[in-house]
Design a protein around this ligand. Structure first.
Ligand code: IDP
Ligand code: MG
Length: 162
């Protein structure tokens, strides 16, 4: 049974989603979690943490050369972050759709940033941008034993195929 679950988890797509300190301080945790949950994605890991500056720099290492890198890492490490792993078919790409464009001014209404944020430096949420970054970010933020393999009773409904 455990082996079945592990095999299932190995083939299911997962992404790393984080509510940044601005989203947490504004009381948007339940609003954001509910959008992923209602869509039909499955929450497999969640914790609240205050990352160190060094940890924030590792998370955003790809952006090291950008002028906003230092301010961005200062901000990510300035308060509690809600770190999550969500699972489901197409969750990496669709998670980014739910989040909206990096600049909230360019995010469509109906997206998280479009509905809930105004400026790029305070855009409330992070989501992995591809399969490789998803894997790296999940490994950076979570230990393997923090990821919970379970069957959701709604899976047969959400993933129904004719
Ligand atoms: P993403 O979060 O949509 O993947 P990235 O380009 O990976 O966007 O940038 C990471 C984060 O850096 C953004 O979410 C945003 O908070 C911040 N950022 C990106 N571009 C700018 C900028 O031009 N000025 C200030 N902050 C920025
Ligand atoms: Mg990014």
């Amino acid at each position: 049974m455990l082996q079945d679950q592990e095999a299932h988890a190995a083939e299911m797509e997962r992404t790393f989603i984080a509510i940044k300190p601005d989203g947490v301080q504004r009381g948007l945790i339940s609003e954001i979690v509910s959008r992923f949950e209602r869509k039909g994605f499955k929450l497999v890991a969640i914790k609240i943490v205050i990352p160190s500056k060094d940890f924030a720099e590792r998370h955003y290492h790809d952006l090291k050369e950008r002028p906003f890198f230092n301010g961005l890492c200062d901000f990510l490490s300035s308060g509690p972050v809600l770190a999550m792993v969500w699972e489901g078919e197409g969750v990496i790409k669709y998670g980014r759709k739910l989040i909206g464009a990096t600049d909230p001014q360019k995010s469509e209404p109906g997206t998280i940033r479009g509905d809930l944020a105004v400026v790029v430096g305070r855009n409330i949420i992070h989501g992995s941008d591809g399969p490789e970054t998803a894997k790296d970010e999940i490994n950076l933020w979570f230990k393997p034993e923090e990821l919970v393999n379970y069957t959701s009773n709604a899976e047969n409904i959400f993933h129904f195929q004719m």
